[in-house]
Design a protein around this ligand. Structure first.
Ligand SMILES: [Fe+2]
Ligand SMILES: [Fe+2]
Length: 374
Protein backbone atom coordinates (compact mmCIF):
# COMPACT_ATOMS: atom_id res chain seq x y z
CA UNK A 1 0.00 0.00 0.00
CA UNK A 2 1.53 3.34 -1.04
CA UNK A 3 1.73 6.05 1.59
CA UNK A 4 -0.36 9.19 1.05
CA UNK A 5 1.72 12.12 -0.15
CA UNK A 6 1.23 15.81 -0.88
CA UNK A 7 1.47 16.47 -4.60
CA UNK A 8 1.01 20.28 -4.62
CA UNK A 9 -1.43 20.25 -7.55
CA UNK A 10 -2.51 23.57 -9.05
CA UNK A 11 -5.42 23.87 -11.45
CA UNK A 12 -3.63 26.40 -13.65
CA UNK A 13 -2.53 25.85 -17.26
CA UNK A 14 1.24 25.30 -17.36
CA UNK A 15 1.47 24.18 -13.74
CA UNK A 16 1.73 20.61 -12.46
CA UNK A 17 -1.71 19.12 -11.97
CA UNK A 18 -1.40 15.35 -12.00
CA UNK A 19 -4.03 13.33 -10.19
CA UNK A 20 -2.76 10.52 -7.97
CA UNK A 21 -3.71 7.03 -9.13
CA UNK A 22 -2.76 3.72 -7.50
CA UNK A 23 -0.44 3.10 -10.45
CA UNK A 24 1.31 6.48 -10.06
CA UNK A 25 1.61 6.14 -6.29
CA UNK A 26 3.30 2.77 -6.77
CA UNK A 27 5.55 4.39 -9.38
CA UNK A 28 6.52 7.18 -6.93
CA UNK A 29 7.42 4.53 -4.35
CA UNK A 30 9.70 2.81 -6.81
CA UNK A 31 11.42 6.09 -7.67
CA UNK A 32 11.84 6.87 -3.99
CA UNK A 33 13.69 3.60 -3.46
CA UNK A 34 16.26 4.83 -6.00
CA UNK A 35 16.51 8.26 -4.29
CA UNK A 36 14.57 9.88 -7.13
CA UNK A 37 11.15 11.47 -7.64
CA UNK A 38 8.73 12.79 -10.26
CA UNK A 39 9.17 16.55 -10.65
CA UNK A 40 5.43 17.15 -11.18
CA UNK A 41 4.78 16.06 -7.59
CA UNK A 42 6.94 18.85 -6.18
CA UNK A 43 7.26 21.39 -9.02
CA UNK A 44 4.65 23.80 -7.66
CA UNK A 45 6.30 23.64 -4.25
CA UNK A 46 9.90 24.19 -5.30
CA UNK A 47 9.01 26.78 -7.92
CA UNK A 48 6.48 29.06 -6.25
CA UNK A 49 5.02 31.93 -8.27
CA UNK A 50 6.98 34.33 -6.14
CA UNK A 51 9.53 34.04 -3.33
CA UNK A 52 8.13 32.44 -0.20
CA UNK A 53 10.07 33.26 2.94
CA UNK A 54 9.98 30.91 5.91
CA UNK A 55 11.07 33.83 8.05
CA UNK A 56 8.49 35.81 9.97
CA UNK A 57 8.77 39.48 10.90
CA UNK A 58 10.02 39.78 14.47
CA UNK A 59 10.77 42.75 16.75
CA UNK A 60 13.33 42.14 19.50
CA UNK A 61 12.82 44.86 22.10
CA UNK A 62 16.04 45.97 23.74
CA UNK A 63 14.31 46.49 27.08
CA UNK A 64 13.36 42.80 27.06
CA UNK A 65 16.73 41.55 25.80
CA UNK A 66 19.18 43.73 27.74
CA UNK A 67 18.84 42.18 31.19
CA UNK A 68 19.09 38.65 29.82
CA UNK A 69 22.15 39.54 27.79
CA UNK A 70 23.86 41.14 30.82
CA UNK A 71 23.04 38.11 32.96
CA UNK A 72 25.22 35.91 30.75
CA UNK A 73 28.30 37.81 32.05
CA UNK A 74 28.11 36.18 35.47
CA UNK A 75 27.54 32.70 34.05
CA UNK A 76 29.89 32.33 31.08
CA UNK A 77 33.33 33.76 30.33
CA UNK A 78 34.28 34.88 26.83
CA UNK A 79 37.18 32.39 27.01
CA UNK A 80 34.81 29.47 27.50
CA UNK A 81 32.08 30.72 25.18
CA UNK A 82 34.44 31.72 22.37
CA UNK A 83 32.03 34.57 21.82
CA UNK A 84 29.52 35.45 24.52
CA UNK A 85 26.54 36.13 22.31
CA UNK A 86 22.79 35.80 22.67
CA UNK A 87 21.50 35.19 19.17
CA UNK A 88 18.19 36.17 17.62
CA UNK A 89 16.30 33.12 16.49
CA UNK A 90 13.58 33.62 13.90
CA UNK A 91 10.74 31.16 14.58
CA UNK A 92 10.67 30.23 10.88
CA UNK A 93 14.44 29.72 10.66
CA UNK A 94 15.39 27.95 13.87
CA UNK A 95 17.07 25.14 12.02
CA UNK A 96 19.60 27.65 10.66
CA UNK A 97 19.98 29.87 13.74
CA UNK A 98 19.02 32.76 11.50
CA UNK A 99 17.51 36.09 12.51
CA UNK A 100 15.95 36.28 9.05
CA UNK A 101 16.60 34.54 5.73
CA UNK A 102 20.31 33.73 5.57
CA UNK A 103 21.40 36.36 8.09
CA UNK A 104 22.53 35.77 11.65
CA UNK A 105 22.26 38.35 14.39
CA UNK A 106 23.32 38.30 18.02
CA UNK A 107 23.92 40.57 20.97
CA UNK A 108 27.44 40.32 22.36
CA UNK A 109 28.29 41.60 25.81
CA UNK A 110 31.71 42.37 27.24
CA UNK A 111 32.76 43.78 30.56
CA UNK A 112 35.74 46.09 31.08
CA UNK A 113 38.99 44.16 30.92
CA UNK A 114 37.49 41.25 28.99
CA UNK A 115 38.66 40.15 25.59
CA UNK A 116 37.62 37.47 23.13
CA UNK A 117 40.20 35.38 21.33
CA UNK A 118 41.27 36.09 17.78
CA UNK A 119 39.64 33.98 15.12
CA UNK A 120 38.64 34.02 11.46
CA UNK A 121 35.72 32.61 9.49
CA UNK A 122 34.30 32.56 6.01
CA UNK A 123 31.18 34.34 7.13
CA UNK A 124 31.37 38.10 6.75
CA UNK A 125 30.66 39.89 10.00
CA UNK A 126 29.81 43.33 11.25
CA UNK A 127 29.21 44.99 14.56
CA UNK A 128 26.86 47.81 15.41
CA UNK A 129 27.51 49.24 18.86
CA UNK A 130 24.51 49.54 21.16
CA UNK A 131 25.92 50.84 24.43
CA UNK A 132 29.00 51.11 26.60
CA UNK A 133 32.44 52.67 26.36
CA UNK A 134 35.96 51.46 25.70
CA UNK A 135 35.19 48.70 23.19
CA UNK A 136 37.70 47.94 20.51
CA UNK A 137 38.13 45.46 17.71
CA UNK A 138 41.25 44.37 15.85
CA UNK A 139 40.80 43.37 12.21
CA UNK A 140 43.87 41.91 10.50
CA UNK A 141 46.19 43.90 12.75
CA UNK A 142 44.19 47.13 12.50
CA UNK A 143 42.82 48.26 15.83
CA UNK A 144 39.64 50.32 15.92
CA UNK A 145 38.01 51.97 18.90
CA UNK A 146 34.22 51.71 18.99
CA UNK A 147 31.52 54.07 20.25
CA UNK A 148 27.72 53.88 20.31
CA UNK A 149 26.14 53.56 16.85
CA UNK A 150 29.52 53.00 15.19
CA UNK A 151 29.50 50.36 12.50
CA UNK A 152 32.54 48.15 11.95
CA UNK A 153 33.17 45.35 9.47
CA UNK A 154 35.04 42.07 9.77
CA UNK A 155 35.16 40.69 6.25
CA UNK A 156 35.35 37.05 5.22
CA UNK A 157 38.68 35.51 6.26
CA UNK A 158 40.00 38.39 8.40
CA UNK A 159 41.53 37.68 11.80
CA UNK A 160 39.53 39.55 14.41
CA UNK A 161 39.17 39.90 18.14
CA UNK A 162 37.29 42.23 20.46
CA UNK A 163 37.60 43.58 23.93
CA UNK A 164 36.77 46.37 26.32
CA UNK A 165 39.53 48.37 28.02
CA UNK A 166 39.99 48.13 31.81
CA UNK A 167 38.52 51.57 32.50
CA UNK A 168 35.64 51.17 30.02
CA UNK A 169 31.97 50.45 30.67
CA UNK A 170 30.08 47.20 29.95
CA UNK A 171 29.50 47.08 26.21
CA UNK A 172 26.75 45.48 24.17
CA UNK A 173 26.80 45.39 20.42
CA UNK A 174 24.93 43.67 17.66
CA UNK A 175 26.91 41.12 15.69
CA UNK A 176 25.59 40.59 12.17
CA UNK A 177 26.91 37.75 10.05
CA UNK A 178 25.99 35.73 7.00
CA UNK A 179 26.69 32.42 8.75
CA UNK A 180 23.46 30.82 7.45
CA UNK A 181 24.38 31.83 3.88
CA UNK A 182 27.92 30.50 4.03
CA UNK A 183 26.54 27.28 5.52
CA UNK A 184 23.85 27.02 2.83
CA UNK A 185 26.59 27.32 0.23
CA UNK A 186 28.69 24.83 2.22
CA UNK A 187 31.60 27.25 2.25
CA UNK A 188 32.13 27.97 5.92
CA UNK A 189 35.59 27.62 7.49
CA UNK A 190 36.55 28.65 11.02
CA UNK A 191 40.00 29.10 12.52
CA UNK A 192 41.31 30.11 15.93
CA UNK A 193 44.47 32.23 15.90
CA UNK A 194 47.46 30.23 17.15
CA UNK A 195 48.41 32.97 19.64
CA UNK A 196 44.76 33.75 20.50
CA UNK A 197 45.62 37.37 19.81
CA UNK A 198 47.07 39.43 16.97
CA UNK A 199 49.92 41.85 16.71
CA UNK A 200 48.62 45.36 16.06
CA UNK A 201 50.40 46.47 12.89
CA UNK A 202 48.95 49.93 12.28
CA UNK A 203 48.27 52.99 14.43
CA UNK A 204 44.89 52.81 16.18
CA UNK A 205 42.05 53.92 13.86
CA UNK A 206 44.45 54.12 10.91
CA UNK A 207 41.73 52.84 8.60
CA UNK A 208 39.42 55.75 9.42
CA UNK A 209 42.15 58.40 9.30
CA UNK A 210 43.33 57.15 5.91
CA UNK A 211 40.13 56.12 4.15
CA UNK A 212 37.33 57.87 6.01
CA UNK A 213 37.60 61.26 4.34
CA UNK A 214 34.81 61.76 1.81
CA UNK A 215 36.04 62.32 -1.72
CA UNK A 216 39.71 62.03 -0.79
CA UNK A 217 41.88 59.06 -1.65
CA UNK A 218 45.00 58.71 0.48
CA UNK A 219 48.12 58.91 -1.66
CA UNK A 220 50.50 55.99 -1.26
CA UNK A 221 48.04 53.65 0.45
CA UNK A 222 47.75 50.27 -1.23
CA UNK A 223 44.60 48.16 -0.99
CA UNK A 224 44.15 44.91 -2.87
CA UNK A 225 41.39 43.30 -0.84
CA UNK A 226 37.86 42.68 -2.12
CA UNK A 227 36.32 44.59 0.80
CA UNK A 228 36.31 48.15 2.01
CA UNK A 229 39.60 49.58 3.34
CA UNK A 230 37.42 51.74 5.59
CA UNK A 231 36.62 49.25 8.34
CA UNK A 232 34.74 51.55 10.72
CA UNK A 233 31.97 54.02 9.95
CA UNK A 234 31.44 56.37 12.85
CA UNK A 235 28.01 57.52 13.92
CA UNK A 236 28.80 61.26 14.07
CA UNK A 237 29.77 61.81 10.42
CA UNK A 238 27.12 59.30 9.25
CA UNK A 239 24.30 61.16 11.00
CA UNK A 240 25.67 64.51 9.86
CA UNK A 241 25.69 63.26 6.25
CA UNK A 242 22.07 62.15 6.47
CA UNK A 243 20.94 65.46 7.96
CA UNK A 244 22.86 67.38 5.27
CA UNK A 245 21.43 65.25 2.50
CA UNK A 246 17.89 65.56 3.88
CA UNK A 247 18.06 69.31 3.26
CA UNK A 248 18.53 68.88 -0.48
CA UNK A 249 16.42 65.87 -1.40
CA UNK A 250 12.91 64.51 -1.08
CA UNK A 251 14.48 61.13 -0.45
CA UNK A 252 12.99 57.77 -1.34
CA UNK A 253 9.24 57.24 -1.04
CA UNK A 254 10.01 53.86 0.58
CA UNK A 255 12.97 54.67 2.80
CA UNK A 256 13.10 58.41 3.46
CA UNK A 257 16.72 59.60 3.44
CA UNK A 258 18.87 56.54 2.97
CA UNK A 259 22.61 56.20 2.49
CA UNK A 260 24.45 52.97 1.90
CA UNK A 261 27.74 52.34 3.64
CA UNK A 262 30.19 51.76 0.79
CA UNK A 263 33.72 50.77 -0.05
CA UNK A 264 35.30 54.19 -0.77
CA UNK A 265 37.47 52.66 -3.51
CA UNK A 266 34.63 51.16 -5.53
CA UNK A 267 31.41 52.80 -4.37
CA UNK A 268 30.15 49.24 -3.97
CA UNK A 269 29.12 47.36 -0.86
CA UNK A 270 31.46 47.23 2.14
CA UNK A 271 31.78 43.45 1.92
CA UNK A 272 31.20 40.99 -0.91
CA UNK A 273 28.14 39.29 0.52
CA UNK A 274 26.73 41.75 3.03
CA UNK A 275 25.63 45.35 2.70
CA UNK A 276 24.54 47.95 5.22
CA UNK A 277 22.73 51.26 5.23
CA UNK A 278 21.58 54.02 7.53
CA UNK A 279 18.33 55.85 6.89
CA UNK A 280 16.72 58.88 8.41
CA UNK A 281 12.98 59.34 8.71
CA UNK A 282 12.08 63.01 9.01
CA UNK A 283 9.70 64.13 11.77
CA UNK A 284 6.25 62.69 11.06
CA UNK A 285 7.44 60.87 7.94
CA UNK A 286 5.57 57.70 6.96
CA UNK A 287 7.02 55.97 3.90
CA UNK A 288 5.12 54.01 1.31
CA UNK A 289 5.25 50.23 1.28
CA UNK A 290 7.30 48.16 -1.11
CA UNK A 291 8.76 44.70 -1.16
CA UNK A 292 11.84 43.23 -2.71
CA UNK A 293 14.00 40.15 -2.82
CA UNK A 294 16.66 39.99 -0.12
CA UNK A 295 16.13 40.45 3.58
CA UNK A 296 17.39 42.82 6.23
CA UNK A 297 17.98 43.16 9.95
CA UNK A 298 17.26 46.67 11.26
CA UNK A 299 18.51 48.31 14.41
CA UNK A 300 16.97 51.54 15.65
CA UNK A 301 19.80 54.04 16.03
CA UNK A 302 17.78 57.10 16.99
CA UNK A 303 14.23 58.06 17.87
CA UNK A 304 11.06 56.03 17.87
CA UNK A 305 8.55 54.92 15.33
CA UNK A 306 6.99 51.92 13.73
CA UNK A 307 7.29 49.61 10.77
CA UNK A 308 4.42 47.78 9.13
CA UNK A 309 5.61 44.43 7.80
CA UNK A 310 3.20 42.23 5.89
CA UNK A 311 0.31 44.11 7.46
CA UNK A 312 1.55 43.86 11.04
CA UNK A 313 2.59 46.95 12.96
CA UNK A 314 5.78 46.87 15.08
CA UNK A 315 6.44 49.87 17.34
CA UNK A 316 10.13 50.42 17.95
CA UNK A 317 12.47 52.62 19.90
CA UNK A 318 16.22 53.09 20.21
CA UNK A 319 18.29 49.88 20.13
CA UNK A 320 15.35 47.66 19.21
CA UNK A 321 16.07 45.21 16.41
CA UNK A 322 13.58 43.93 13.85
CA UNK A 323 13.75 41.98 10.62
CA UNK A 324 12.12 42.26 7.24
CA UNK A 325 11.92 38.91 5.42
CA UNK A 326 12.43 38.63 1.68
CA UNK A 327 9.48 39.76 -0.43
CA UNK A 328 7.61 41.06 2.62
CA UNK A 329 5.74 44.36 2.25
CA UNK A 330 7.26 46.96 4.52
CA UNK A 331 6.89 50.65 5.30
CA UNK A 332 8.40 52.75 8.07
CA UNK A 333 7.06 55.61 10.17
CA UNK A 334 8.59 58.16 12.52
CA UNK A 335 6.34 58.52 15.58
CA UNK A 336 7.69 61.96 16.48
CA UNK A 337 6.61 65.20 14.84
CA UNK A 338 9.66 67.08 16.08
CA UNK A 339 12.61 64.64 16.12
CA UNK A 340 14.09 62.58 13.31
CA UNK A 341 14.49 58.81 13.62
CA UNK A 342 17.32 56.68 12.21
CA UNK A 343 17.40 53.02 11.25
CA UNK A 344 20.56 51.05 10.62
CA UNK A 345 20.20 47.88 8.59
CA UNK A 346 22.40 45.13 7.24
CA UNK A 347 21.27 42.97 4.39
CA UNK A 348 22.13 40.39 1.77
CA UNK A 349 21.69 42.76 -1.18
CA UNK A 350 25.29 42.41 -2.48
CA UNK A 351 24.69 38.67 -2.88
CA UNK A 352 21.24 39.16 -4.41
CA UNK A 353 22.53 41.82 -6.83
CA UNK A 354 25.65 39.88 -7.82
CA UNK A 355 23.50 36.90 -8.72
CA UNK A 356 21.04 38.99 -10.74
CA UNK A 357 18.15 38.13 -8.44
CA UNK A 358 16.92 41.56 -7.36
CA UNK A 359 13.22 42.34 -7.91
CA UNK A 360 11.21 45.12 -6.35
CA UNK A 361 7.54 46.00 -6.28
CA UNK A 362 5.61 48.99 -4.95
CA UNK A 363 2.42 48.54 -2.96
CA UNK A 364 0.09 50.20 -5.44
CA UNK A 365 -3.18 50.46 -3.53
CA UNK A 366 -4.35 52.64 -0.68
CA UNK A 367 -1.85 55.43 -1.42
CA UNK A 368 1.01 52.98 -0.87
CA UNK A 369 0.01 51.95 2.65
CA UNK A 370 -0.85 48.43 3.76
CA UNK A 371 -4.05 47.70 5.57
CA UNK A 372 -3.20 46.72 9.15
CA UNK A 373 -4.14 43.15 9.96
CA UNK A 374 -5.42 42.55 13.46
FE1 LIG B 1 33.96 36.36 14.45
FE1 LIG C 1 12.96 48.03 1.51
Amino acid sequence: MSRPRENYREDVAGRANVEDTPELLAYYDELEKLEAGALWTVANKIEPWEPKSDSVPVLWRYKDMRELVLRSVSMVTPEKAGRRVVYLNNPGRREYSAAVGWLFSGLQVMHPGERASAHAHSASALRFIMEGAGAYTIVNGRKLTLGANDFVITPNGCWHEHGVVEDGKPCIWQDGLDIPLTNALETNFYAVHKDLTQVVTHPVNHSVAAWGNAGLRPYGEEWNNPYSPLLKFEWGPTYEALVKYSKVTDGSPYDGILMNYVNPLTGGPVMQTTGAAMQLLRPGEHTRAHRHTGCAVYQVSKGKGYSIINGKRFDWQERDIFCVPAWAWHEHGNASNSEDACLFNFNDSPTINALGLYREQAFGENDGHQPILT
